[in-house]
Design a binder for this molecule. Structure first.
Ligand SMILES: O=C(O)CCC(=O)C(=O)O
Length: 291
């Protein structure tokens, strides 16, 4: 599936851009389903916000439990001073995560395809488990920044194996918050681990913390990164050590994307990873045939 040039690019740069990987109709179907999930979703008391800010992440029980559910997370700027939504709900959600690829038929069909399994195989991921999925809205006007990070910080195996498969569901530009990546940055060390540290003695819910492995700063966005401006239907494959970032979206155009992170089934997946599936929802290989 991947050409020699694309494979070379992945090895040298730590990412590869594959245009026209998904047709527009399939992107449209996923977009429509994501909006249906948001419309059907009732947050109740738990208006969880997704932000890459440390404090928010460490205190968000819904985030930890979303390993085995479909949860909607609000944009940090979705609320006004009185706690009300500034925009309709469907324009206020930052992302849907993290198990829709195993719980929703439309997401499952988009994810478990022979074409994607072949790309994984081509880059050397011979036994890929589909660990998590995210539908990211990057909403017009209020779309939040995703801080520069390496995916192996958040989804860790020994040896390292996490690989990101990021799909542009809408055109992504520098104006609406496209991905930016550090070419060759996958050859540098892993800076941090994000770990569960056990139950909070007061609240009972699990706590998390960042552990520094290498104090070398991540590349400074956008100076040391290149923008990946891509049309809808493009697949970007990201090495788990590659520093990447996306900016806020202050434009009037959304930038929907869908991302699936896979790990090697044969690698060790420590139980301190934040993402722990319940036994009722085991992980599946990417080459599983969707119903
Ligand atoms: O889509 C984005 O803005 C960020 C996605 C990302 O960081 C990821 O998929 O690892």
């Amino acid at each position: 599936m991947l050409t020699d040039d694309q494979l070379r690019c992945f090895r040298d740069q730590g990412f590869v851009v594959v245009e026209d990987f998904v047709d527009r109709a399939n992107c449209g179907a996923l977009r429509e389903r994501a909006l249906e999930l948001v419309q059907a979703w009732e947050p109740g008391e738990h208006q969880s916000v997704f932000t890459t800010d440390t404090q928010e992440r460490t205190s968000n029980t819904e985030f930890l439990e979303s390993a085995s559910t479909i949860w909607c997370f609000f944009e940090p700027d979705a609320f006004d001073d009185h706690g009300g939504l500034r925009q309709p709900k469907e324009l206020s959600i930052n992302k849907i995560g993290h198990a829709q690829h195993d719980l929703d038929a439309v997401f499952e069909r988009f994810t478990y395809t022979p074409a994607l399994a072949e790309v994984a195989h081509d880059i050397g991921l011979r036994d890929p488990l589909a660990l998590q999925s995210m539908y990211i809205f990057k909403q017009p006007g209020i779309g939040g920044e995703v801080g520069c990070h390496q995916d192996a910080t958040f989804l860790h195996t020994e040896p390292l194996s996490v690989t990101g498969f990021w799909f542009a569901i809408e055109d992504a530009t520098v104006h609406n918050g496209c991905l930016w990546a550090a070419p060759g940055g996958h050859r540098t060390g892993l800076r941090e681990l994000f770990k569960r540290t056990g139950a909070d003695p007061v609240g009972g819910a699990d706590l998390t913390r960042f552990e520094t492995l290498d104090p070398t700063p991540l590349p400074i966005p956008p100076d040391q990164l290149v923008p990946l401006e891509v049309p809808a239907g493009t697949l970007v494959v990201l090495d788990g050590l590659l520093p990447h970032w996306s900016d806020v979206n202050r434009s009037d155009t959304s930038r929907h994307a869908y991302t699936v992170h896979c790990i090697s089934e044969s690698a060790h997946y420590p139980d301190w990873n934040w993402l722990q599936r319940t036994p009722e929802l085991p992980l599946r290989r990417l080459d599983t045939v969707a119903a």
